[in-house]
Ligand binder design. Structure first.
Ligand code: NAP
Length: 305
């Protein structure tokens, strides 16, 4: 199988796993991060360290530069502009974070104007992607997608784990709606388990309910599996504040749906619950939401990202 040279910039929970998975599968990985410790960690397992953007470019030694940015959505424009000042023509830049799809067209035009290409790749799989593979939703230049297919074949689940959707923005758009659906599914589970807990049978074993629901029932799912695990570990959700963060995608989906006159009552309700939790409206169900987020995304249970 073809192997590539690729830089990962942003070695956090997601980027760190992406770099490691690529390295383990034989790709040449150039590891870059704002704080040096994570670059040192990548160097320790064999990745090529780069402590600055310039070192990243130099490490390609004249080969086509492919840089995967795995950064918070709020800084993507500023970071992209910094990279554009350095990237040689013909580079491929990947924005793998949860950026707002509505900014992708302009970002892609800025990159094309410098003779390079931008791919937007929505990435799902959370902190389990290293082990299980990621789901990757791709938008942007099709040739660039084809060029980096060996990388996606390593990262994604075998057979269908990455998919090209079309013009710039489509990858982030599909990922955004995925995350909005996630809010609604999580909310349903959290509400259901709360009713089990506070219903007419005080000693009901919630984790056991989750176990049996996981056995080919209609609500069998990864989210239920993670909820079930969280309940086994911490049945009363002790030391979890119940404040639940929202990272933008449900909000943007609701804005888009509103413009399209498409009601989204389930996802709106799930979103509103998170906002209310940030104003102190917490209960067992919001604690479960925080526990689920921690399980799949490694997020803090204190309501921060
Ligand atoms: N966690 C998930 O389940 C998940 C799933 C899919 C997609 N995503 C998306 O993936 C992206 C990364 O998420 P994550 O969970 O990996 O985040 P994370 O663990 O918080 O890591 C954030 C990374 O961004 C870097 N960073 C933050 N602010 C920066 C700045 N001002 N300048 C330069 N670098 C900066 C951090 O560097 P330092 O090490 O120096 O702080 C770190 O490498 C986000 O867009 C997120 O929405 C996350």
């Amino acid at each position: 199988m073809e192997r590539m040279k690729i830089a990962i910039s942003g070695l956090g929970r997601m980027g760190g796993q992406i770099a490691r998975k690529l390295y383990d599968d034989g790709h040449t990985v150039i590891a870059h991060n704002r704080s040096a410790e994570k670059v040192d960690e990548a160097k320790a397992y064999g990745a090529t360290p780069a402590y600055s953007e310039k070192e990243v470019i130099d490490a390609f030694g004249g080969d086509q530069v492919v840089v995967w940015l795995m950064l918070p959505a709020g800084i993507i424009d500023a970071k992209l502009d910094e990279w554009l000042d350095l990237l040689p023509e013909g580079s491929i830049v990947i924005d793998g974070g949860n950026s707002d799809y509505r900014g992708d067209k302009a970002r892609s035009e800025r990159v094309s104007a410098r003779g390079s290409q931008l791919l937007d790749i929505g990435t799902s799989g959370g902190v389990w992607g290293l082990e299980n593979g990621f789901a990757m939703m791709v938008g942007g230049d099709k040739l660039a997608y084809q060029t980096i297919t060996p990388v996606l074949d390593t990262l994604a689940k075998p057979r269908g784990g990455h998919q090209y959707f079309g013009e710039s923005g489509t990858g982030h758009f599909v990922k955004m709606v995925h995350n909005a659906i996630e809010y609604g599914m999580m909310q349903s589970l959290a509400e259901g388990y709360r009713v089990l807990r506070e219903g007419p049978y005080p000693d009901l074993d919630l984790a056991a309910a989750g176990d049996v629901w996981q056995q080919s029932s209609v609500v069998t799912s990864w989210l239920n599996d993670l909820t079930r695990q969280a309940l086994h570990e911490n049945p009363d959700m002790n030391d979890i504040s119940g404040v639940v963060a929202e990272s933008g995608e449900a909000r943007w989906t609701l804005e888009t749906a509103n413009e399209l006159n498409i009601p989204m009552p389930a996802i709106q309700a799930a979103f509103d619950v998170r906002l209310a939790s940030q104003n102190g409206d917490v209960d067992f169900s919001t604690k479960l939401l925080a526990a689920m987020r921690s399980k799949f995304g490694g997020h803090n249970v204190d309501g921060k990202q």
